[in-house]
Design a protein around this ligand. Structure first.
Ligand code: EPZ
Length: 433
């Protein structure tokens, strides 16, 4: 199991580049199921979840080429022959976003057999809203032996109102609706940029979609989709993580290859907390800090509110802010796994249900800590960058799921960080989510 060794104390200075968004790439790769033609996606991040998605599509009979050469970071997918439209448990249990193949498989082949994803470290992660929407579109779905069996001669357009805002639920049903017979209207949709990115790809493939990025999406079903080439959005969560890295270390960091328009809530919070954040160019943001940080409350909300995927990272910053900061997690029921590890580094945090009270500023001391999930790992890296001494972070495979070569990127702007153990290899590690 790989570990990170991080010695704190260095302000991060220079330019750090953001990779493509994992949470855009995953639905866009699944969208290739909807056509016999080849789909080419660029700006694909070299992270473990993308390799898992490649394995998943290949296991169903797709041809998936995944290249990370210098100019590449590209995948070419052909789902001409889907000989085995089954998302097997061995793969699904390592990445619950595998449920994104459910809608495309039913829409393209009329059937799907997808292992129930089960929960993960941050919560139960049900997909009942995906199922409810597909049944509304005429699919018959049964559950047995831990698998969803879904069938539909041809999905039909429907009016769907999501009980809760769900990102992959919106994406799953959006993909299904593109090949349904008639119009589908979905309300209370997720407005995340990843939904808009997927809709752009689907439109390039010939889908007829209106309203992506708003809470109401209309889709006129078509009989078939064709291939397309599409460039994946920059990863707004990686960008936000680096902005916090610049602020927490008191450095002067330019976060490049990002989309500042996707970072509004995070940039606003950092400014309120005392960092200086400015749009440096149309695809870069500069963050500096020349004074103490102030405790500013956050409450996670769906986009464009403060992202739940940035909560753990912000909490690390809050440990260095003067005063008591209230961190409210409204989206997932168990997303404070990083708290105990931060406390072991000297943070003063008390959790009461969905709220963590962070009293700062606390000097952090280096420690051996354990990563538990993707964003909790990022929180521990940020804390270790300011802790006194050398921290050891164990189980960094969680980090490799969604951050591309983060130790190299951070070292490039002055962090003292190195990886112990094998370099990232695409081989799949049994990972409980
Ligand atoms: C997506 O997960 C992201 N993953 C998550 O990022 C992100 O945290 C989450 O959206 C919220 O922004 C991908 O895009 C691959 P949801 P998703 O459905 O779609 C409940 C990361 O760190 N819900 O929007 O699975 C659910 O339990 C990952 O990159 C139902 O009740 O999240 C949660 O409380 C972690 N029934 C809330 O909705 C359903 O059918 C939002 O979940 C679906 C969801």
């Amino acid at each position: 199991m790989d570990k990170f060794v991080i010695r704190g104390g260095n302000p991060l200075v220079g330019t750090i580049r953001v990779s493509g968004a994992k949470n855009s790439a995953l639905p866009c790769m699944a969208a290739a199921i909807l056509t016999e033609d080849e789909v080419t996606l660029e700006n694909i991040p070299q992270v473990r979840d993308i390799e898992t998605e490649r394995k998943l599509l290949a296991s169903m009979g797709a041809e998936v080429e995944l290249g990370y050469g210098r100019a590449q970071h590209r995948t070419r997918i052909s789902c001409k022959l889907l000989s085995d439209p089954v998302a097997k448990y061995e793969i699904v249990k390592t990445m619950r976003a595998s449920s994104l193949v459910l809608g495309p498989l039913i829409a393209r082949t009329g059937m799907a057999r997808v292992a129930m994803p089960g929960g993960c470290a941050i919560g139960g992660r049900p997909i009942d809203l995906h199922i409810k929407g597909l049944e509304k579109m005429g699919a018959t779905i049964s559950q047995e032996h831990g698998y969803l069996e879904a069938r539909a001669d041809r999905l039909k357009g429907a009016s769907i109102v999501f009980d809760k805002i769900t990102v992959t639920g919106t994406e799953d049903l959006l993909m299904a609706a593109t090949l349904a017979d008639g119009e589908t209207v979905m309300e209370n949709c997720a407005r995340e940029p990843e939904v808009t990115d997927l809709a752009e790809l689907l439109t390039a493939m010939g889908a007829k979609i209106e309203g992506a990025g708003t809470s109401t999406i209309r889709v006129q079903g078509v009989t078939s989709l064709h291939g397309a080439r599409h460039r994946i959005n920059p990863d707004r969560i990686e960008a936000g993580t680096f902005l916090i890295a610049g602020a927490i270390t008191g450095g002067d960091l330019i976060v490049a290859n990002c989309n500042p328009t996707h970072l509004g809530a995070v940039m606003t919070k950092l400014e309120e907390a005392g960092a200086k954040v400015e749009i440096f160019s149309q695809d870069s943001v500069r963050v500096r800090r020349d004074g103490p940080l102030r405790a500013v409350d956050i409450s996670t909300e769906e986009y464009p509110g403060f992202p739940t995927d940035m909560q753990a990272q912000y909490m690390a910053l809050a440990t260095q802010s003067e005063g008591i900061c209230q961190v409210k997690e409204n989206i997932f029921e168990n997303r404070f796994m990083h708290v105990q590890e931060l406390v072991r580094m000297g943070a003063n945090i008390r959790v009461d249900g969905r709220v963590a009270y962070v009293r700062g500023a606390s000097p952090l001391s280096a420690a051996a800590v354990m990563c538990s999930d993707l964003r909790a790992s990022a929180s521990l890296v940020l804390a270790a960058l300011v802790a006194d001494g050398e921290s050891i972070l164990d189980r960094v495979y969680h980090m490799d799921r969604g951050y591309e070569r983060i130790e190299e990127k951070l070292r490039g702007v002055g962090a003292q960080i190195r990886r112990m153990g094998s370099i990232f290899s695409p081989k799949q590690t049994e990972v409980t989510l």
